[in-house]
Design a protein around this ligand. Sequence first.
Ligand SMILES: [Zn+2]
Length: 148
Amino acid sequence: MSDHPPARRGRGRPPTLTGPRLQELLDHLADGLTIQQAATATGIARATVYNTRAHDPAAADAITTALAAGKAKRTAARHGTEGCYTRHGCRRPECTAAATAARTTRRTAGTDTVLPTPVTAAALPAPTGRTTLVLLDLHTTAPLAQAG
Ligand SMILES: [Zn+2]
């Protein structure tokens, strides 16, 4: 028989953030960092951020607000780029224009995707009576739609 209370899982209450450290975290989050990045920059564990959100309602609200501000900042910084158009499916005028301009630049420079020259029978070695092994690179073979 023992008088000891049941063993606790942890050593006391998990740490939460307050004061300047909380403010530093909020600044990083509002700047667009992820929770992991902001925690690392503040010098705390990511779990501390979650503990703070779980145990301190006022801090949780501030963190949520800072996260929203950070997301808005990241999104705003993204607009006007080709990646916003292609990767995020954004069709804002500035993103459509950026994608169009980038595509035009590539085509002018000749670096955009261009269909390869089809391999024709005339280009193949003439039959010699011997067994000829012809290797066709699939990437240089004309698409079926153009055969005919
Ligand atoms: Zn966009």
